[in-house]
Design a protein around this ligand. Sequence first.
Ligand code: G3P
Ligand code: MG
Length: 247
Amino acid sequence: MTESNTIHFPRVIGHRGAAGHAPENTLAGFRTAAALGATWVEFDVALTRDNIPVLLHDETLERTTDGTGKLAEKTYQELSGLDAGAWFGQAFAGEPIPRLDTAVALLDTLGLCANVEIKPTKGRARKTGEIVGRTIADKWPKSMRAPVFSSFTSEALTAARESAPTIPRGFLMHRMRRDWREQAEALDCLSIHCNHRILNADRARQIRDAGYRLLAYTVNDAKRALQLTDWGVESVFSDFPDRILAI
Ligand code: G3P
Ligand code: MG
């Protein structure tokens, strides 16, 4: 496995696959990202009731599938017939909610590296971090460059660190947190992943000067990406990776 200090972040990481072009957090999204020229994708992982890690952003099924109710209350079997693509477009009808191990196998086939965002549902942070960590430690092909974990939830990153100590971690921030240094240091993070709206040149410098790699989400405007790059942002997460690759 690649050591964390040799991680090479690309200019752009496909957000939830390539969420502007294909349904988020689906295998079709990964294929689309690869076809657009992305070399990395970001996706969100949570647990079913029976502790199967699957790709889903929301706590509930309604927005991105034809199911209803809370993910944490469904077994994997109950999710297996759901459609996670038709809401986005009929061309994607029949896309399943992917299991994490299935997603990893496709990333290997496509040669895509990943930022695995651990997105625990309420009260399940430790378990989600532990299981996602273990799944990646077991299933991530040794021939591939190491992925990076990230989470807004410190407890999930702590658990992932325990089950997959060699996989680097990124600390996610949606709003500026006063304690970001303490959090990142305690979790021995490689990187800080910020909502781009909370960044300015000064904050970016502080994060870089503290020794952290800096990534920003969700950036769909090429000019904004250039400005962030000037401030020291290495990678932007984009729903339209093609727009960023074009500059
Ligand atoms: O990991 C970057 C970004 O995906 C975090 O926010 O809500 O899109 O998962 P969200
Ligand atoms: Mg995410």
